[in-house]
Design a protein. Structure first.
Length: 182
């Protein structure tokens, strides 16, 4: 038995990587979702306003925009939307803000469709999550601090650089690097 599009739960996928969106859209459609795709925040907002989704998978960094803005918009449209933030630039600060804004989960890339679908349906915390025996490295602590200051300045790199007493270009270079794992 196949579901008609009107019977399938609607999912909004917003990521600036068009190839990734195409692959993930196909995988999610095979899992019986009606998938709407946007490659920027503005288009994501427009799609959501005209077709309120039950679920959303939002990239944290969409070009030079923050996916966190979209989380806020989606929940203003429908407080029951289940949102997962997906990112290749994970940090404690953005994870905390994502959850505080209303996302149900925060996943790091690469994540497969099964992990994403599982996260969309995970509404409770997991007390069995392993706690690390070692503290974060100095490089990872620096990355976390930069992310925290950037969040405090609502993503404004110039303002964050001034607060850090750092040249804007230096901060930009540091932010473009992938975070150190531990």
């Amino acid at each position: 038995m196949t579901l008609s599009d009107s019977d399938k739960p609607r999912l909004l996928l917003v990521d600036d990587d068009e190839t990734f969106c195409k692959v993930l859209k196909t995988a999610l459609e095979k899992r019986n979702f009606e998938v709407l795709v946007a490659n920027n925040v503005k288009t994501g907002c427009l799609l959501a306003e005209h077709n309120t989704p039950e679920y959303a998978v939002i990239d944290l960094r969409i070009g030079h925009e923050s996916g966190l803005e979209l989380v806020k918009t989606l929940l203003n449209l429908d407080n029951n939307t289940q949102i997962v933030i997906l990112t290749g630039f994970a940090s404690i600060a953005t994870a905390v803000e994502s959850i505080k804004l209303g996302a149900v989960h925060y996943l790091t890339k690469p994540a497969n469709a099964d992990e994403i679908v599982g996260a969309l349906h995970k509404n409770e915390g997991d007390t069995s999550v392993a706690i690390s025996d070692s503290p974060l490295s100095v490089k990872r602590l620096e990355w976390e601090h930069l992310q925290k200051v950037l969040m405090q300045h609502e993503g404004n790199i110039s303002a964050a650089a001034r607060a850090l007493n750092m040249h804007r270009r230096t901060l930009q270079r540091k932010l473009e690097k992938k975070p150190v794992r531990e």
